[in-house]
Design a protein around this ligand. Structure first.
Ligand SMILES: C[S@@+](CC[C@H](N)C(=O)[O-])C[C@H]1O[C@@H](n2cnc3c(N)ncnc32)[C@H](O)[C@@H]1O
Length: 187
């Protein structure tokens, strides 16, 4: 009985990953998007250090812009159950997958929305933290938008690619070369 349950779980997990990867490939082929490469384990560890240093309370609002497979959004939501985490993703297939995963695992404080980050109004959303791991040119374009729309208290955490219009206030260097550095920005 127990072995059967474990087998079903393993097959289920593999199925979800196959479907997720297929949707990702389809989207990149047809819509020429940024690939949904997740942040590394070291990034999650460094992000945790940044949140500890810069959060003023545990009930912060965290936006993961271009959340990909949602690993980072789920990580923050799990570490800080009083926070509100929003993963924004342009790829509708991935958003569908993430909504299913949220439902299956019963996460209450994370939401996934299908949106183009360039059509969002950050002034109204008032995020405490924004996490960005996108490509080079898309990060530059986003940087100008964030400079215009963010309020002074918001903190932007950028992985690898520079956000040239914002002011760097902290840099976390990495032991490995997979991601990073993580830069902390303010308006
Ligand atoms: C490199 S992945 C980052 C995944 C996640 N943030 C992480 O760090 O693990 C970038 C994601 O951004 C999404 N993306 C690209 N352009 C976007 C846009 N304009 N609006 C919303 N999402 C976008 C892509 O579909 C992709 O899944």
């Amino acid at each position: 009985m127990m072995i059967d349950i474990i087998k079903v779980l393993i097959v289920g997990i593999i199925d979800i990953w196959v479907i997720y990867t297929l949707f990702n490939v389809l989207y990149i082929c047809f819509f020429r998007g940024v690939p949904a490469i997740p942040s590394s384990k070291e990034t999650l560890h460094n992000l945790e250090k940044i949140l500890l240093k810069y959060k003023t309370s545990d009930d912060f609002v965290f936006y993961d812009l271009g959340c990909g497979n949602g690993k980072l959004s789920f990580f923050v939501a799990k570490k800080y159950p009083s926070s509100k985490v929003v993963g924004v993703e342009i790829n509708p297939f991935i958003v569908f997958y993430l909504k299913c995963k949220k439902f299956i695992f019963g996460y209450k404080n994370v939401d996934f929305i299908r949106a183009n980050i360039f059509k969002m109004d950050f002034y109204k959303l008032k995020p405490d933290f924004i996490y960005v791991y996108l490509g080079d040119s898309i990060s530059k374009k986003l940087s100008a938008k964030l400079k215009n729309e963010l309020n002074f208290g918001s903190i932007v955490i950028g992985n690898k690619f520079l956000l040239p219009d914002l002011k760097v206030v902290d840099v976390v260097k990495y032991k490995t070369l997979i991601n990073g550095p993580l830069r902390v920005y303010k308006k």
